[in-house]
Design a protein around this ligand. Structure first.
Ligand SMILES: *Cc1c(COP(=O)(O)O)cnc(C)c1O
Length: 354
């Protein structure tokens, strides 16, 4: 793929690595590429980061034809930069796109675009411990039409943001409230797709949770509201009497790259992993009878997020005495060790930038 590079004439000052936060700062450049029915993907270019022109009638704005991805670039101790399983993000985006009537793109093209942009902004990959460069590829239709027809013109864009630890308090456990009114996904819907629309319909529950003093929502299945599925932007796992439970990937849950990686590590370590539906009543029972040992969310942004409290209709369970569990900590250390190049990558998951 030929990529035309136009470098910015006034690079921004890099932010202080001690207060990066998440998604607060954008790098100097972005990747853009266009698609139409005749030419396919064309006009790949890296340009200075800035506004995108759109028609007021762009279908993405009215009918939410949009998908996105999230992955990171990590700086190793030797100064080199690496990506983590980027082909998984490419594959997932194509699955999301198929559901939203959006065009496919070869996996290699996606990965090549990511690498090319990160190379141009390589200086932006931070050096401080726990920091990384968050990569946000997204695709949308910029076609202008108020009528509802399939679109033929699309834009693929990638932007980058240097990020610190996801939660301000580091690995401090989070409190989660089980959502029993609103639903996020049903079979046949878009739960498995990473698309903006899924988040638009989730915000009301997130706002409700924050008002109650909780940081995230745990979604139940959309039909019976009986089985646990996932958290706002993370998959979730429960250690009950030594076994690890997590919702199966069968259409309503987002197939997380972190989820897949953690399950592979757990199996390698000899844990029994149960990818089956788990009823909220059974989970709360385990919380009360002492067999619920650890709970943690998994996702690229936070990597692993320990959970200390579950609130279901006012019934409250405290996990591991409000402290991070041993297995949760061990998984975090091991997986981030691979990502930052401190652990040997026996799974072959990391991809060097150069
Ligand atoms: C992105 C996302 C996840 C986590 O996926 P990773 O690939 O591990 O980052 C989980 N749930 C939802 C709803 C998501 O959007």
């Amino acid at each position: 793929m030929e990529i035309k590079i136009t470098r910015t004439s006034n690079p921004k000052e890099k932010p202080d690595e001690g207060s990066l936060g998440f998604g607060k700062y954008m790098t100097d450049h972005m990747f853009l590429m266009n698609y139409d029915g005749e030419e396919g993907w064309h006009d790949a270019r890296i340009v200075p980061y800035g506004p995108i022109e759109m028609l007021p009638t762009a279908v993405a704005l009215h009918y939410a034809q949009e998908t996105f991805e999230g992955l990171k670039a990590y700086r190793r101790a030797d100064g080199t930069v690496q990506l983590f399983r980027p082909e998984m993000n490419a594959r997932r985006m194509m699955n999301s796109n198929a559901r939203l009537c959006m065009p496919a793109m070869p996996e290699e093209m996606f990965v090549e675009a990511v690498k090319a942009l990160v190379k141009v902004d390589e200086d932006w990959v931070p050096h401080a411990p726990e920091t990384s460069l968050y990569i946000r590829p997204f695709m949308f239709t910029n076609e202008g039409q108020i009528g509802l027809h399939t679109s033929h013109h699309f834009t693929f864009c990638i932007v980058l943001s240097p990020v610190g630890a996801y939660y301000a308090g580091g690995l401090d456990p989070v409190k989660i409230v089980v959502e029993d009114e609103y639903v996020r996904a049903v079979k046949g819907g878009t739960g498995f797709a990473k698309c903006g629309g899924n988040y638009a319909v989730s915000m009301i529950a997130q706002a409700k949770a924050e008002k109650m003093g909780y940081s995230q929502v745990l979604w139940l299945d959309g039909v019976e509201r009986k089985y646990v599925e996932e958290v706002g932007s993370m998959n979730i796992m429960f250690k009950i009497a030594g076994k690890i439970y997590t919702a199966p990937i069968d259409g309503t849950v987002l197939p997380g790259v972190t989820r897949d990686s953690i399950l592979q590590i757990l199996k390698k370590w000899g844990y029994e992993v149960v990818e089956e539906r788990l009823a909220i009543d059974d989970l709360m029972k385990a919380g009360h009878d002492g067999t619920l040992e650890e709970v943690f969310g998994t996702g690229t942004a936070a990597v692993i997020s320990p959970v200390s409290v579950l609130n279901y209709k006012g019934d409250i369970v405290t996990i591991h005495d409000n402290k991070i569990g041993d297995l949760t900590q061990k998984l975090y250390d091991y997986l981030t060790g691979i990502q930052w190049g401190k652990e040997e990558d026996v799974f072959g998951w990391t991809v060097p930038l150069n």
